[in-house]
Design a protein around this ligand. Structure first.
Ligand SMILES: CC(C)(COP(=O)(O)OP(=O)(O)OC[C@H]1O[C@@H](n2cnc3c(N)ncnc32)[C@H](O)[C@@H]1OP(=O)(O)O)[C@@H](O)C(=O)NCCC(=O)NCCS
Length: 158
């Protein structure tokens, strides 16, 4: 068996048909939604979210496959907040898959893919989420600005 640190999740674009898979990731991440003071969204809401994303040419939602299992999601936007930049609005690894390097490997792969055209990648952290802040800090992101009382932007030059 390959040690988990040497494995990388595969990133697959999630169109509207992937709503049940993304919903499954959300259902397996109750702690994240609890931290935001909410519950995982209903399947119909996830489908609407994916339909809206499909209409936005700059938005990308990707499922993270760990072998044949869907282990997480990566949601980001190109040319945002400015042309030549990009912003991660969510990297979510379902609770059973945490701590195996999946989040790090997914973001690192995205950085490498964007680096030729994107000069800076941002990460947006909602609510009080010290684990997410430590995650992005471990990946070389630094606090950039507050985007409001419940929103922090981190940034990394690529
Ligand atoms: C943040 C998250 C994506 C990390 O995913 P993961 O696959 O478990 O993280 P990794 O195993 O790749 O860890 C990468 C690094 O981040 C650190 N890290 C990850 N989660 C952490 C946490 N909760 N607290 C402190 N450090 C953490 C790890 O220690 C590791 O550092 P190291 O490589 O120097 O040892 C995952 O905890 C998650 O989905 N959280 C809920 C959603 C969220 O808050 N997303 C971020 C805001 S958009």
């Amino acid at each position: 068996m390959i040690p988990s640190a040497e494995r990388t999740p595969e990133r697959w674009p999630a169109g509207p048909e992937a709503a049940p898979l993304l919903h499954g990731v959300y259902l397996a991440s109750p702690g994240y939604f609890h931290q935001l003071g909410s519950e995982p969204p209903a399947l119909a809401d996830v489908a609407r979210e994916l339909e809206a994303a499909a209409r936005d040419p700059r938005r990308r939602i990707e499922l993270l496959y760990w072998g044949v299992e869907v282990a997480g999601v990566l949601d980001y936007k190109l040319d945002h907040p400015a042309p030549g930049e990009a912003a991660i609005s969510l990297v979510l690894v379902a609770e059973p898959y945490r701590g195996r390097g999946i989040g790090r490997a997914a973001v690192t792969a995205l950085e490498a893919e964007l680096a030729p055209k994107v000069r800076r990648l941002y990460a947006v952290v909602y609510g009080k989420n010290p684990g997410a802040e430590r995650f992005f800090t471990a990946l070389g992101y630094r606090f950039w600005k507050n985007g409001g009382p419940a929103l922090k932007w981190f940034a990394k030059p690529l």
